[in-house]
Structures are given as C-alpha cells and as structure tokens.
Design a protein around this ligand. Structure first.
Ligand code: ATP
Ligand code: MG
Length: 445
C-alpha cells in the first residue's frame, strides 16, 4: 500500500508554522507497513488543493490530508475535495455533524456561531468523522480505489482522529503477507562517507532490505527497511543489523533510537561500574547528558564543573604549575582532572574535558576546537589514564556537543574492552596512555 500526504495551509507554505503533521503521519504509516511516496504542501487555495488531491489520489492507495477544515473563509479543503469527488455539485449538510458541533458548543456553555455550520458541510460522497476534541469533523471518501481522509490541522485533534478512524481502515485494506519493517543502527566517531563506504554493498537502491545512511549531530545512522512476509522481513532485518554493526565496529553503539548516553549507561549498569565527570569547556553538558537518562543514579556519582584554573585547583587539586607549563587546555591538565575526579569521587571511571570551545583561539594561539578528553579507570589497585586530543570543526555549540559525545564513546570503548587504540573522527592523534596513579601527569613533566 502506498500513501501520499497533503498538508494544507498558508501558514505552512509561508513558513510561519512547521509541518509536523506530515512527518508524524508518515512515521505512523510506516509502523503499519504503509510506505509514503510523497509529501506535498499547498496553501489555502481551492484550485491548488483540488489539483493536488486529484494528482496524489491518482497515484496512491491512501491519501491523508491535514488542515483547512476550520470555519473561516480561508479553510477550503472541503470545497477542494468536492471539486475532485463530485465536480459541479454543491456540498451537502451532514445533520449528524451539525448535531455534534452543536453539542460541542453546548458542552462549553456557549451558543454555536452560525459560521461553524460550514464545518458540517461535506462532499456528497464523503462521510464525516466525529471530532470530540474540536469543532472540525474530518472527512473520509474513496476515489478510484484510493482511500482519502481529510483530518483537522491542529495536531491534538488530528492525531486522535488518525488513531480512531484511519488505522481501522488500514487494517481492512491491508493483507498480512506483505509487511514493512524498519530498523536503525547508530554509530559515533566515524565519518559519514567512511561509514557509508564500509556498507557500500548493502546500499544499492533496488535491494531488499534497503539500507541508507544519514548523519545528524555527528551521529551516523544506517536506516534499514525490509519488505516481505512478516517472518521473511524480520529475518532480513536481523541479518542486516548484524552486518552493519560488524562493519561499523567499534563505533556502532545502538539500534533503534537509543542515544549514546543511554547505550553507555546500560553498559555501566550491566558491568556494575560507576563514573564521575570533570568538565571545563562543556560546562556540565556531559553530566546533563548522562543524567537525562532515567535511572542514571545507578552509575553516575556526580561531577565537577571547573571552568577557571582556580576552580580546577580548588576543587580538583590540579597543580597550578601545570597551567603555567602546559596551559589549561593540555593533555596534562585533562589527565590531572580525570585522576583527581576518580580519586575524589571514588568511582570506577572518570571522564574529563578541557578545551577551547571558540570561536576565538585561546592560551597563546591554541585553536578553537582543540579539546583534550581524559579517561581515568581503576584496574584493581592501580589507575590507568588515557587522554585523547581532538580538533573539532564547527561553532561553539558543535565543539561542545562533539566533546561530550567523544567522551562517552571513549568510556564505551573502555567498557566493551575495545580500549583506546582506534582513532576517532576529528582526533588529532596520538594517544597517550599511562599506568599507575597520576603517572600521566608525572610523565608529562
Ligand atoms: P481549526 O481551524 O478548526 O483549528 P483546521 O483543520 O482548519 O482546524 P488549520 O486552520 O488549517 O486547521 O490549522 C490550525 C492550526 O493547526 C494551525 O495554525 C497550526 O498551528 C496547526 N497546524 C495546521 N497544519 C499543521 C501541520 N501540517 N503541522 C503542524 N501543525 C499544523
Ligand atoms: Mg488553516
């Protein structure tokens, strides 16, 4: 079954309101094995609406329309739909809808304005769908084998109407022997083109399952879509997820919509390990990402935000001479921050971040985007510390976001036994490692 989605409203075409309805509907349809072939947006213009309905209905099995069902002059979806369904014929009044709209106003202790009666008009061959959450009834019709639904624009009215009326119609129209299943594999620390290269044999556009990569905020995702009988599609999806994960090892951190902080959180919980954070340029962002996950108190003990050198010394005991010798943005300070935080927090791991968020260079010409990330981990009685140096591109927010994600990925590598050998995207090699308490700092002196 192939669907089209038509969003109607001047506020959408003029950019004053973002069309969230279409995305929501497409996602809902896909979850029910209905693929959306086209999204279209037109203004409150009767002829344009009619033309769009005619074309989209002609090319689809299902057409979902939202918006333009209100009582005002500019709401002309009903008329546009009638021009396609019953050309040249007047709209008819739906008595049940009149009663429903009247009841809606009665329930609020007010009289129905005459104007609202237009909302009870429908094309002769359409039926009205009740709208308990507003005054605009929806419309359902069929044209040459295409099911058409017109739903109200406000999402809080549209979504329940979709659930109550459209889903049932989908179930009857669909067969069970053809489903669409989707899945996602997410990775961080690898570039988009290099990630795509690693799965190139899986990304041919005519393949089942279909695999495509997308990048958003540094996260690379493989979107997988398989069709077939339920069992067949599931087998294809499972097999493909595994192949992508293998190709993206060790950077692939989750399936579906699990974000990096949650994936790392699960690993910490499963291993019964804890972490603390010591942040400078990220100002608590890393701690926030970790704490955004419910239940993070199982593994996150707390953190320090030490922005100035004085705070780094006062709270974490970073030796002042390190600032003079190496600067606050240095491997030595990152190592000292992580090791002090580990000792003070009594955790199994400590992450530290010190860098130049930008936009200006700092510390005598160190460039914006230069960030040192430290990870100190307990191994029995000793402590192992690793510091990685990054040069993140982009503006202040991006540098700070990538700093946090890279820190989480470093911790994840540690937890899965990967270690810190593999270079990550934007990393300015080389990795320094050291064993024994505070040896990282001592080595650097
Ligand atoms: P009513 O006028 O009774 O509220 P309607 O069906 O006429 O219902 P519209 O007038 O088109 O709806 O839109 C009302 C509001 O709904 C818009 O101002 C906007 O806030 C929201 N809306 C409409 N279309 C969309 C859309 N595609 N995505 C997100 N919000 C939308
Ligand atoms: Mg409108």
């Amino acid at each position: 079954m192939q669907a089209s989605i038509l969003a109607i409203g001047d506020e959408l075409t003029l950019g004053q309101c973002v069309d969230t309805n279409s995305a929501w509907l497409a996602e809902q349809l896909l979850a029910r094995s209905v693929e959306t072939r086209e999204h279209r947006t037109v203004g409150d213009d009767r002829a344009a609406i009619a033309a769009a309905i005619r074309e989209l209905a002609g090319a689809s099995d299902l057409l979902l329309i939202t918006g333009g069902l209100g009582p005002t002059e500019d709401d002309v979806t009903r008329e546009g739909l009638a021009d396609v369904l019953t050309p040249g014929r007047e709209l008819v009044t739906d008595e049940a809808a009149v009663a429903e709209i009247r009841r809606w106003f009665d329930g609020r202790g007010s009289r129905m304005p005459e104007r609202n009666l237009v909302q009870a008009l429908r094309p002769e061959t359409a039926r009205c769908l009740p709208n308990p959450r507003g005054t605009a009834p929806g419309l359902a019709a069929e044209r040459d084998g295409c099911l058409i639904f017109a739903l109200p624009g406000p999402p809080r009215e549209m979504q329940p109407m979709f659930r109550e009326h459209v889903i049932a119609a989908l179930k009857t129209a669909q067969s069970d022997d053809h489903v669409i299943l989707t899945a996602k594999v997410n990775a961080y620390g690898v570039g988009e083109s290099s990630a795509a290269e690693k799965i190139i044999t899986m990304t041919a556009r005519d393949r089942n399952p279909l695999v495509g990569t997308t990048a958003s905020e540094g996260i690379i995702s493989a979107r997988i879509r398989a069709t077939g009988t339920a069992a067949e599609a599931q087998r294809l999806i499972d097999e493909t997820i595994e192949r992508v994960e293998r190709a993206w090892k060790p950077f692939a951190f989750s399936r579906s919509d699990t974000a990096l902080p949650e994936a790392v959180g699960r690993l910490l919980r499963d291993a019964g390990r804890t972490v603390v954070t010591a942040e400078s340029c990220t100002g608590g962002w890393l701690g926030k990402l970790i704490v955004d996950i419910p239940g993070s108190s199982d593994y996150y003990l707390g953190g320090w935000v030490t922005y100035t050198n004085a705070m780094k010394t006062a709270c974490l005991g970073v030796e002042p001479r390190l600032f003079g010798e190496f600067g606050a943005v240095s491997e030595q300070v990152a190592a000292a921050m992580a090791e002090s935080a580990l000792a003070a927090g009594g955790s199994d791991h400590a992450l530290s971040i010190t860098g130049i968020a930008g936009p200006e260079p700092s510390e005598g010409g160190k460039p914006a985007g230069l960030v040192y990330i430290g990870l100190a981990s307990r191994r029995g009685d000793s402590v192992e510390t690793c510091v990685r140096r990054f040069r993140f591109p982009g503006e202040r927010g991006t540098v700070r976001d990538r700093s946090c994600k890279s820190a989480l990925q470093m911790l994840r590598f540690e937890l899965i036994g990967e270690g810190q050998r593999r270079p990550m995207l934007w990393e300015a090699r080389d990795v320094t490692r050291s064993g024994g308490k505070a040896a990282g700092v001592a080595d650097g002196l």
